[in-house]
Design a protein around this ligand. Sequence first.
Ligand code: NAI
Ligand code: MG
Length: 501
Amino acid sequence: MATALKLVSPEEKVTSFVSRKHKMLINGKWVESASGKTFPSYNPATGEVMAQIAEGDREDVNRAVEAARHAFESGPWPRLTPSERGRLLWKLADLLEQNLEEFAELESLDNGKPLKTARVADVPLAVDLLRYMAGWATKIEGNTIPISVPYTPGARYLAYTLREPVGVVGQIIPWNFPLLMAAWKLGPALTTGNTVVLKPAEQTPLSALRLGELIQEAGIPDGVVNIVPGYGETAGAALAAHPRVDKVAFTGSTEVGKLIVQAAAGNLKKVSLELGGKSPNVVFADSDLSSAIDGAASAIFFNHGQCCCAGSRLYVEKKIFDKVVDGVADQASKIRVGSGFEPSTDMGPLVSKEQLDRVCGYLESGFAEGAKAVVGGSKIGDKGYFVKPTVLVNTNENMKVVREEIFGPVVTAMPFDSPEEVVPKANNSEYGLAAAIWTRDIQKANRLASQLRAGTVWINCYNIFDAALPFGGYKQSGWGREMGHEVLEQYTEVKAICSAM
Ligand code: NAI
Ligand code: MG
C-alpha cells in the first residue's frame, strides 16, 4: 500500500481560509473592492481556480493610500517609542512562527512550491527577517557632525542628523516567494515608522492576506499596513503613480521596473527596485567537484528556477565541462516533479500558465538557435504547469536563452579556458544581481569576486540568504538593497539639524 506517498491534504483551517471570499485590508477593516469585482487565484498543480479575491483598482488604492496617510500623519505608529514598535514587529514574527504550518501550506497551494520547501525556507526566513528588523527599531541612529562654516567666523554650532521615516510607502511584490517578499518589504518599512500599502502578486495573494490578519492580531494599529490585491496594470500602476505616496518599492521584472520609475516621476517619489537577473555560476577545475555540481544544480533548480538570482548561466572550465554537465544533468533527471503537497516532490509546477508558456517559448527559441538539451527540454503532461528540469548546451552569448531571464528550471552551460576569459563573459549581461565562483584557490576566488559586477557573489556556495546580508542588483537588476542595515536607508530620510550655540 502506497500510503506513505499519499498526497497530504491541507489542514482544515487552510482549506477553510482558502475557500473564503477574500477581501482587502484598508484602515483595519476587511472590505470588498469598490467595484465589487473579484479575481481568481489558481492552483498551479491543477490549473483549477482555488480562491476568489476582491480585485483592487484605482479607487481602492486611493482609499488605502488615504488610510496610510492618516496613519502616518496622525496615527500612533510613527510616534510609538522605537522599543514599542520593535516589540509589535517581534510579536508579528512570533505569530507567524506559531502558524508556520498553515503559512507553508498556503504558500505551497498558491505558488505550487513543495510544502517541505515552504516549511524550511519561506516561512522561517520571513520570521527571521521580521525579528532582525524588529531589533533595528531601537538602533536607527543619526550622527553628530563637527562643522566649521568658514563664513561665520567665531560662531559655534551643534549639528546632528536624524533618520526619519519616508512616509507612505507603496510596495509591489511578486509571486515567487509571496510571504517572504512581503516580509522583506514590510519589515524595514515598519521598523523605521513608515506606513504601507502592499499589493501582492495577482497569482499568489493568499499568504499576504492571512498575514494581514496576523498584523491585526499583533496589535499593529489600523491603517499602518493596508493590503490591496489586484492586477499590476490596474492596482499596481495606480499605486506606483499615486501623488500621495512618498516611496514605491518593487520586486519583479525589469520591464515593469522601468514602468514603475516612469510612474514615480509624477511626484518624484523615492524608488527602490529588485529586478531580474541572469546570474553567472563559474566552476573551475580546481573546485571540489561534487559540491560544485550539487551547487550548480540547486542554483538553477531551487524554486523551479523562479528565483531572481537563479544561477542560469553555468560557465565551466573546459577540461571538466563534460563531467560537470553530466553531473548537473544527472541531478536534474533525479528531481521528482509533482504537486507541492506530494511528500516526495522536489520541484512543483511553475506558478501560472503564462510562466509555463514563457519558459516553453524560451526552450523553443533555444532549440531554433541551435541549443541542445542534455536533459529535459519540454513541459510535462497537460494538467498543471509542470516543466522538466533542463540543461542546455551548444549555447552562446548571442542566444536569447543566454541573454534573457527565463525564470524556469533551465540552465545554459558553456565552457571557458581561463579566468581572464570568463570574467568578461560572466559580466556580459544587462543584469547584475548575483554570481558564484567554485574554486579551492582563495586568491583567485577573491580576485574574481571583486571583478564580477553583481550585488551578491557566492564563493563555494549558492542561494545563501540572511536577513543581515544586503541583497540587490547592479546594472538593470535594480536600485537599492533589501535586507541588512543597507535597506534602512531606503526607508528613511536624513534630516540635518544645525543649532547655534
Ligand atoms: P511582473 O513584474 O509583471 O509582476 C511583479 C509584480 O508587479 C506583480 O505584483 C504585478 O501585479 C506587478 N505589476 C505588473 N505590472 C505592473 C505595472 N504596470 N505597474 C505596477 N505594478 C505592476 O512579473 P510577471 O509578469 O509576474 O513575471 C514576468 C517575468 O518577470 C518573469 O518571467 C521573471 O523573469 C520576472 N520576475 C522577476 C522577479 C524577481 O524576483 N526579480 C519576480 C517575478 C517575476
Ligand atoms: Mg495562485
